[in-house]
Structures are given as C-alpha cells and as structure tokens.
Design a binder for this molecule. Structure first.
Ligand code: GLA
Length: 368
C-alpha cells in the first residue's frame, strides 16, 4: 500500500542501430536516455477515483478504473497499463498520478514507452511488486498494441525497462536474450538531432509496414521453414528473393540486412572499431530510406549532411521514422561546430529549428 507520495522515473531511448527489426524477430541495439517521464503518485481523496494530470498539456480528468475506455488522448498510455493490471486482478483506484517529462513528444525517442513503463513500475510498486521487469515490459507493449492501437514491437518498452548506465542493450527480439554492452566512446559522443517535423499518420504507416513484412514471411514460409524474417542470413535471403517482388521484397530485404548490420555493429563496438560502427549506421539509414521507405526529406537532409561533416563517423534516422530524430556518432571536439552549422543549414533549408541533445545513457525504469 502507498502511504505517502512516491516518485518514479522511466527513460526514453535512442536506438543506435536496428530499426524495424524488433517485430521481425531480429536484433536491436538501443540505449536508455537520462531523459524520460517522471511520475508522482499520491493518495486521492476519493477511493473510487484515479486522477491523471500532466504538465505537457492541460488534460486532467478522473475516472473509475472499472470503466477503462480509450480516450484518444495521451492518457491512453497510462490507462492501457491500468487495464493490463486490472486484467491480471490488480485493479488500482484511489490515486493521483502526476506526470512530467523532459523528452520531446512524438520524436522517436519513446516518450510513449516511457509513460507506459513509469506507470507499470508505479502500479507494480503500489501492489508490492508482483511482476518482474520483463513482465512489466510485456504488459506495457501489450497496452500499446491493444489499448492504444499501435502495433509496436518490444524494443522501446524493453529499453526503458532494462536500461543501464553507459551501456547499450543488444536485444534479440525473438528469444528476448539480451546483453548490456558498455559504450566505450574513445572521445566520441552520440548526438541526437530532432527534425521537429510534426509526424502525421505514423501509426497507420507503421502498421502497414508490419503487415507487408507478414506478407513477405508468409510467401517465404511456403518454401522454407522459418518463423520470422530475421532468421535468414543475407545470403539465404538473396537465394529466396525471387519469390518476392515490389514493396514486399524491399521491406523484407531491409529487415534481413538490418539484422545483419546490428550483429556486425555490436561486434564492432566490442572491438572498439567505432569507424566501422559509423559506416554501418550510414548503411542502416540508406536501407531505411530506400527499402523500408520510412525516412523523409528532413531526416535525409540531417543524416546526409551529418555524414559529410568533419569528425562524424556515422549518422542515421532512429526509431519508427517519418520524422523524429537522427543519431550521429561524432568526435566530441566537433560538437559545437556541428550544432551551429547543422542547425543553420537545416533552418535555411526547411525553415525549421532543429534541436540537439547529447545522448547521456542512464538506467532503466525505477522508483526514485
Ligand atoms: C517504434 C516501435 C518499435 C520499433 C521502432 C522501429 O519505436 O515502437 O517497436 O519497431 O519503431 O525500429
């Protein structure tokens, strides 16, 4: 039971490489940021009501948790998690949940997953922790799939739940085996650049890509016994590629090649070969742009300009795409020039102001 005010935090994430592989049973390589969502939980005056508030916008309302319905607002993320707990017999009522965050919203740094995970960790704490971190991650993903209606994979919630300071997470989304890989940066930093482009229709385009991968898998399964696309090596895929055509071929080719790149990138990082890591980031961007077609002119401009910039080893879009952020591997002593010059060039080209964040990698969701 909760006697006094309690405080929780769950981070967003930056995905270093491996996008649109998670729901294809592949590898991803995200890291938890030290930016995320803070939640303060206190008792409400009325035992039947839960009360949600946020500072990012002014939505504040109360509801009976036995009538958990989608509201088509940010509060669907916590409500979906409330429903997950309620379905498992942990109905939670009589609390005030106050959310504050320092992540840009809808910018491909997993603001949604951080709201879900901070809610999950808090409700779990209220009930004396009946669920493991992995179960909380799965409940949060399930909430987003079934309550919010975004058919996301497990990467974002997993990164928010399992983050570790100064480590990226090499996660196999098929087995859910994972490894924390120390980020030994050798005078380099990951810098995140936000296009600040308002994304529209991301969920439907995302769900469509996912469906296209399912179609590719079904066509390949008629000829080869696989459970997911990322089980194929690039060579095996090339031998089967004639079975596919058009967009279906391109989507599957991205999934298979991106999975292979993540594998290579994790090895490169462990061996301290940051130049190779950077080149793989560039290849990843090209594949997301050309085969998966989830980039946009703003992301392409930022990634391609960055790739030419002095002291940059690699640059790519990160996350779902269609807007959001790029992540760039850069020598620390070039960061000021990068922010100045890239910011100016972007402003001139798109009349938009890019935001820059030097990625600080922190721990996963927890009580603070
Ligand atoms: C979003 C989803 C993730 C993942 C990425 C793309 O962030 O929530 O599950 O699919 O897009 O890699």
């Amino acid at each position: 039971m909760l006697q006094t005010e309690r405080h929780f935090f769950a981070p967003g994430r930056v995905n270093l490489i491996g996008d649109h592989t998670d729901y294809n049973g592949g590898l991803v390589f995200p890291a938890a940021l030290n930016m995320g969502t803070y939640l303060t939980v206190s008792k409400s005056d009325n035992d039947k009501l839960c009360h949600f508030s946020s500072e990012n916008d002014t939505i504040t309302f109360e509801l009976d948790t036995s009538t958990l319905q989608r509201q088509n607002a940010w509060v669907d993320y916590p409500l979906g998690v409330f429903k997950e707990f309620a379905d498992q017999g942990y109905l939670t009522s009589g609390y005030k949940f106050h959310y504050q965050g320092n992540l840009p919203i809808g910018a491909s740094l997993s603001s949604s997953a951080s709201i879900e995970m901070v809610t999950a960790v808090a409700i779990n704490a209220i009930h004396d922790n009946p669920f493991t971190t992995l179960e909380l991650v799965q409940m949060a993903q399930h909430a987003e799939n079934n309550f919010v209606g975004m058919n996301c994979g497990i990467m974002d919630q997993f990164a928010s739940g399992f983050g570790q300071k100064d480590c990226a997470i090499a996660l196999d989304c098929n087995s859910l085996n994972y490894e924390h890989v120390p980020l030994e940066m050798q005078g380099l930093k990951f810098i995140i650049t936000n296009t600040d482009k308002k994304r529209g229709l991301v969920d439907s385009a995302y769900n469509q890509r996912r469906a296209e991968c399912q179609q590719a898998l079904a066509l390949l399964q008629a000829h080869t016994p696989i459970d997911n696309l990322c089980q194929l090596t690039v060579q095996q895929f090339d031998e089967l590629a004639a079975l596919l055509s058009g967009n279906i071929l391109k989507r599957a080719r991205h999934a298979v090649s991106e999975h292979a790149r993540v594998k290579e990138a994790v090895t490169a990082l462990k061996q301290g070969d940051m130049s190779h890591f950077g080149l793989l980031m560039n290849d990843s961007h090209n594949s997301l742009r050309d085969d998966y077609e989830v980039s946009c002119p703003e992301l392409d401009f930022l990634a391609e300009q960055a790739q030419q910039f002095k002291g940059v080893l690699g640059s790519r879009m990160t996350g779902a795409g269609f807007g959001g952020c790029t992540v760039t591997l850069i020598q620390e002593n070039q960061i000021d020039a990068f922010i100045q010059q890239m910011g100016d060039a972007y402003q001139q080209h798109f009349n938009l102001k890019a935001d820059f964040y030097i990625a600080e990698i922190g721990p996963g969701a927890k009580e603070v």
